[in-house]
Design a protein around this ligand. Structure first.
Ligand SMILES: [Zn+2]
Ligand SMILES: [Zn+2]
Length: 471
C-alpha cells in the first residue's frame, strides 16, 4: 500500500513535511519550519523554550507528533521516552528553512538526502551562525550540553540530477528545478503503485526555466498517480517579471547616479547576487558584502557550476563591522570570522564612506545602522530587492525601513522577481504532467487548482491518503 500524509505546508506557505509510505518503507519529503504557524504564537523575543526539549513545539502544533522520528535527547527533555527511528530517510528539495529547518529535530540515525549545492549552503550557514536548537541541521549537540561537548554529525547523502536513490521499496529520482536558491530539486518517487511527483518550490520566469522544464518533461513521462505541487503565487498571473528585467531596471537607476547605492536582497538568491555583481562591474563599482555573507561566498564559489565570484575578486569588498570594543581588534570577532578580517579587500565604514560613489553595498535592513558610520550623501539610493512571504528571511517592518530612508534622505526603489511560479505557469505544469490526482501544498489557495486538476485533493493536515485506493 502506498500512502501520503501532509504534516505541514497545508493551507500555509512553507513548512512542508510530507510522509510517504510504501509497504515497510517510510520517507519524509522535506521537514521544514512553518513560519506562519510559528509566528502565530511567537516572535523574535518570545521563542519556543529550548529547556523543554520538543514539548513546546509539539504542544503548540509547530511539529507533528509522529513516532520514531525525533532525537532522543529532545524527547527526554520533554519528559517523553526515547524512540528507535522508524523512518528510512528524509529527502530535502532545497536549502530554504521552510523545507529543511526542522530536520534539526530528526533522529540522528535518519539519513538526510540533499543536493550537493544545498549541502554547501548549509555548511556556510552553519559556519556563520551560533548554535541554536531550531538550526542544527548538519550536526547537533545533545541537550543539555556543555561547552566542550562534541557535536553529533548527521548522515548526509548528497545527490545531483541523474542520480537514482534506492530507499527500501522506493526509488527517488531528483531532477533540478529553477527557484530563488541554487540547487533546488523536484522529486520523482517510484512506488509500487506508480510514480509520485513532488515539485518542491519552482518557477518558470527565473534565469534557468529550462531546468524546471526538464523536470516537468521527466515527470510527464512517468505518468504519475499523484502530483504534489506548490502554489505560493497561484493567484498572480505572469506579468513579465524576470531576473533580466530586475537587472535592467536596477542598472538604469545605478547608471544615473554618482551617490551611494544600497541593494537589499537575499544572499541565498544567487541569481540576484550575480545580477548586482554584474551591475557593479558594468558601472565601475565594487559590490560590498557584509562579513557574515562572506561565508556563503566562500562555500558557493567552490561549486564552479554556480559561477559565483571568489572572495579575492577585484569587484568584491568585504565589509568589517565595528563590534564589541569598537576598535576592530581581532578579539571582537568570532573565531571563524577572523579569517576574513585581514583580506586585502576588507573595508571598514570609513573607507566605504570615502568611496561611496564607487560601491554598491549589499546590505539588508539589519545592517541599516551602518549608515550612521557611512554617512551617505543626500539622495543616495536604496533598492529593496527581496519580498518573499514567510521565507527564511525575517519579515521587516516597512514603516521602520521608511523612517530610516527619510532620516538619511535616501531614495527607495523596489525591484524583484519571485522565486515562485505564477498561476498560469503552474496550471501549465499541472496540465502537462497530467497526474491522476493533484495535491496542492505550500499555498493558501489550494482550491485554485480546480481549474486544471482532474482529481483535486484539498489536503487535511495529518490525514493519511491511500494512493492505491484513489481513482
Ligand atoms: Zn518554500
Ligand atoms: Zn524555497
Amino acid at each position: 500500500m502506498v500512502a501520503v500524509t501532509f504534516y505541514g505546508g497545508v493551507n500555509e506557505i512553507g513548512g512542508n513535511k510530507i510522509l510517504l509510505e510504501d509497504k515497510d518503507t517510510k520517507i519524509l519529503l522535506d521537514f521544514g519550519k512553518g513560519f506562519s504557524k510559528r509566528s502565530k504564537y511567537y516572535e523574535e523575543f518570545l521563542r519556543p523554550r529550548s529547556a523543554n526539549g520538543l514539548m513546546d513545539f509539539l504542544r503548540m502544533g509547530l511539529i507533528p507528533n509522529i513516532k520514531g522520528i525525533y532525537r532522543s535527547d529532545l524527547l527526554q527533555m520533554a519528559g517523553m521516552k526515547a524512540e528507535e527511528p522508524d523512518i528510512d530517510a528524509a529527502i530535502i528539495s532545497h536549502a530554504h528553512a521552510d523545507h529543511v529547518g526542522y530536520c534539526s529535530f530528526l533522529h540522528e540515525d535518519i539519513p538526510l538526502y540533499m543536493g550537493h549545492t544545498s549541502h554547501l549552503i548549509l555548511q556556510a550557514l552553519e559556519e556563520r551562525s551560533n548554535r541554536d536548537m531550531e538550526d542544527e541541521i548538519l550536526n547537533f549537540k545533545r541537550r543539555p550540553f556543555q561547552r566542550n561537548d562534541q557535536p553529533i554529525h548527521r548522515n548526509i547523502k548528497t545527490f545531483r540530477t541523474g542520480d537514482k536513490l534506492k530507499i527500501g521499496s522506493l526509488e527517488v529520482e531528483p531532477v533540478h528545478v529553477d527557484h530563488s536558491i541554487p540547487g533546488a530539486y523536484g522529486l520523482i518517487v517510484h512506488t509500487s503503485d506508480g510514480a509520485v511527483v513532488y515539485t518542491g518550490d519552482i518557477r518558470l520566469h527565473g534565469s534557468k526555466p529550462e531546468m524546471t522544464r526538464d523536470f516537468v518533461e521527466k515527470a510527464k513521462e512517468v505518468k504519475p498517480i499523484a502530483l504534489i505541487i506548490e502554489g505560493t503565487r497561484i493567484k498572480e498571473l505572469n506579468d513579465g517579471a524576470s531576473e533580466s528585467r530586475v537587472k535592467q531596471s536596477c542598472s538604469n537607476i545605478i547608471r544615473n547616479t554618482d551617490k551611494l547605492v544600497i541593494a537589499d536582497f537575499s544572499f541565498k538568491d544567487v541569481d540576484r547576487f550575480r545580477t548586482f555583481y554584474t551591475i557593479a562591474k558594468e558601472n565601475n563599482r565594487r559590490l560590498v558584502i557584509p562579513l557574515k555573507e562572506a561565508f556563503l561566498l566562500k562555500w558557493l564559489s567552490k561549486d564552479k557550476i554556480l559561477q559565483v565570484p571568489t572572495l579575492d575578486d577585484n569587484n568584491i569588498v568585504v565589509h568589517i563591522p565595528k563590534q564589541k570594543s569598537g576598535t576592530y581588534s581581532e578579539q571582537d570577532y568570532g573565531t571563524k570570522e577572523r579569517e576574513f578580517l585581514n583580506l586585502p579587500n576588507a573595508w571598514r565604514a570609513d573607507k566605504i564612506k570615502d568611496e561611496q560613489g564607487k560601491v554598491i553595498c549589499a546590505f539588508n535592513f539589519f545592517s541599516i545602522d551602518e549608515l550612521l558610520d557611512i554617512d551617505p550623501e543626500p539622495n543616495s539610493i536604496y533598492i529593496h530587492s527581496a519580498s518573499e512571504p514567510y521565507n527564511e528571511e525575517m519579515e521587516i517592518d516597512s514603516q521602520r525601513l521608511q523612517s530610516w530612508i527619510e532620516r538619511f534622505n535616501l531614495n527607495l526603489f523596489q525591484s524583484h522577481c519571485s522565486g515562485h511560479a505564477f498561476g498560469d505557469d503552474l496550471f501549465d505544469v499541472v496540465r502537462q504532467i497530467n497526474a491522476r490526482t493533484v495535491f496542492p501544498v505550500h499555498t493558501e489557495y489550494p482550491a485554485s487548482y480546480h481549474i486544471v486538476a482532474n482529481d483535486l485533493v484539498i489536503v487535511e493536515e495529518g490525514k493519511r491518503y491511500d494512493l492505491g485506493k484513489m481513482k
